[in-house]
Structures are given as structure tokens and as C-alpha cells.
Design a protein around this ligand. Structure first.
Ligand SMILES: [Cu+2]
Length: 130
């Protein structure tokens, strides 16, 4: 009886430890993404038949929130090939957002994945700097 009680108490104590460790493990990650050093850039992407116009040619490493605006009449989307990120399909006149985290500097090819739009000119490169 006494032994069983102690075992239960021990089990409870270790469970508390596991939960505490999990919370501690999560906390730094949350601080890192929301901390003062985290760069969040907002970029507007305008889509036409058949081209993209970005508000900036380059961004810093970090999180970019793209506001994707379809100024055309056909449906388009906006994808970052290397990261396999694609916005939802946007109907003519509509808009959406796409959140992408760039961890490494470099040139990131973007395109519209609809039909043959890329062959008509719906692509470009976004430069990501340190
Ligand atoms: Cu398109």
C-alpha cells in the first residue's frame, strides 16, 4: 500500500518533469521567432497577365509576408519554387497572403503555377540577402 502510493507519487512527479521540459523546450523557439532580432518584411506582389510586379527586388533573411494581389482577370498564384511554397489560387481582382521564411541568402525563383503562365512570363527572382 505504502509502496504503491510512493510509486504513484514518483510517476506523477516524473510526468510533471516531462511537461515542464516540453514547455521549456518550446519557450526558446517562440522567443526566437518573435524576438527583436527576427526580421519580418512585408512585400506586395501584383499579378497581371502575364507578369509579376514586386514592391521590392530584394529582402533580408527572415520571414516575409507577401500580400498577393491579382490585378488581372484570370486566376493566378504565387509560388517560391525552392521552398515549395505556393499561395492559394487568387481570382481576378482578389488577394491573399503567403508567409515564407527564408533561412539562407540567395536567389529565389518565383512563378505562377497556373497552366502555361510561366512560359508567358509569369516568373522572376527574388534576392534574399543576409
Ligand atoms: Cu498565372
Amino acid at each position: 500500500m505504502r509502496l504503491r502510493f510512493r510509486r504513484a507519487a514518483l510517476l506523477r512527479a516524473s510526468l510533471v518533469l516531462v511537461v515542464a521540459a516540453a514547455v521549456a523546450g518550446l519557450a526558446p523557439a517562440r522567443t526566437a521567432s518573435a524576438g527583436p532580432t527576427a526580421t519580418v518584411t512585408r512585400v506586395t506582389v501584383k499579378m497581371y497577365e502575364y507578369r509579376f510586379v514586386l514592391s521590392v527586388p530584394k529582402v533580408r533573411v527572415g520571414t516575409v509576408i507577401f500580400t498577393v494581389v491579382n490585378k488581372g482577370q484570370l486566376a493566378h498564384d504565387f509560388g517560391i519554387q525552392k521552398l515549395q511554397k505556393v499561395s492559394p489560387l487568387v481570382q481576378g481582382g482578389g488577394h491573399t497572403t503567403l508567409r515564407v521564411t527564408f533561412r539562407k541568402p540567395g536567389k529565389y525563383y518565383y512563378l505562377c503555377t497556373v497552366g502555361a503562365h510561366v512560359q508567358y512570363g509569369m516568373f522572376g527572382n527574388l534576392t534574399v540577402t543576409k
